[in-house]
Design a binder for this molecule. Sequence first.
Ligand SMILES: [Mg+2]
Length: 447
Amino acid sequence: MSNSPNSSPSLHEVPILHVDLDAFFASVEILDDPSLVGRPVCVGGSAARGVIASASYEARRQGVTSAMPSVVARRLCPELIILPGRFERYEQYSHRFHSLVNDLTPEYEPLGLDEVFADLRSLRRLRIRPVEAAQQLRRRIREELFLECGVGLGRNKLFAKLASKRSKPRIVDHQLLEGPGVVWVSREMERNWLEEMPVRALWGVGPATAKKLQQLGLYWVRDLRGVDQASLARHVGSAMAATLASYARGEDDRPVDSRRELKSLGHDQTFATSLVGPGEVFAQCRHHAGVVARALRAQGRVARTLSVVLRFDDLTSLSRSQTLPFGVDDEAAICSLAQALAGSVDLSRPVRLLGLYASSFLARENNPVQLSFGVSVSSDVRDEAVEHSRERQMSSAALRDALDDIRQRYGANSVGVASDLYGDGLRIERQRGSHAFGPESPTTPAP
Ligand SMILES: [Mg+2]
């Protein structure tokens, strides 16, 4: 379904915009390293259990997709370049992307690093046509960030998001077909347009739900129309059944929430060889703490809650969390808490995945770290760990700023703690490519 520019709809008809950057992580890597242009590039984990997080169109032409196990991707494309990812670099680009959307309207809601919803009704007085606004935004993203994107316009979030997906380039028979770049769904198009969609294109329909629906013979949105909601609920749960029923009618009343904020940030890693024993787990906690601390500082925030997630070889998972009376953004402070949390779990089983997440954010200048406190902490974490963390948070601000500066200039592995040092350099280096995917430490190209 292509849109003719002559029939450009009004703001009243398609007030919601969804913009999604193309192959975001992989595109940023290619921008930073021109020798990658035209080559199949992915960001993800390259080891046995690694997963592709983002694939360039050159990689996609050869059948590689995101969420694909890296082992499968390599089989499809032996010359595939898999990069470990640099979360803070992507955040820098994301920040610039968001500010371009903000120039259009402050009524926008980020959805991850590379997707944004915007409500264009705030542009009413400017008498701008939504398609014009979308094309302008696309042009600025291309000219100022050197990134490509797709934009969708619709009556609500459901249509806007489905439309942006349709705006993207496609791979057909290993050939890349340009997408229209901007797609809108006007009122008169809505019903037919939606009915042709596969159910798995709908928001919230993951592979598991899609499979259940297919077992019920439901492949297309039109198939959902005749289905009794109560009987559907028996298969997919009542919440999902209700959502599917309203999507099938084209209804989605979620507003664009411009106050929506990042709720948590973290780092997780699936190991090619599982960690055995507290020593190995604690060493990884230190690495994770560094990544999380640097991401927090890049945002000028401190976190009051830390959570550790462990997945064992039998695929069972455990999590432990602790909320503090003050916020932390210091590596040593976060590390001592992470180790205390991990240490409260029985670590006699091999650990396949370790995650460390920070939440309950405060602006760094509002951190009550200097105040004395007398709260009791949960029995999971020893009081000393919390007190130790507070001391580290207070004492190391100056040192930490200096270290950040050095890493910024010379790369993430230029500075580390002495116990990370091995004959061949920092241990962080050795781990490159051995994780599934997560925010990497901030590296800058060598000067
Ligand atoms: Mg994207």
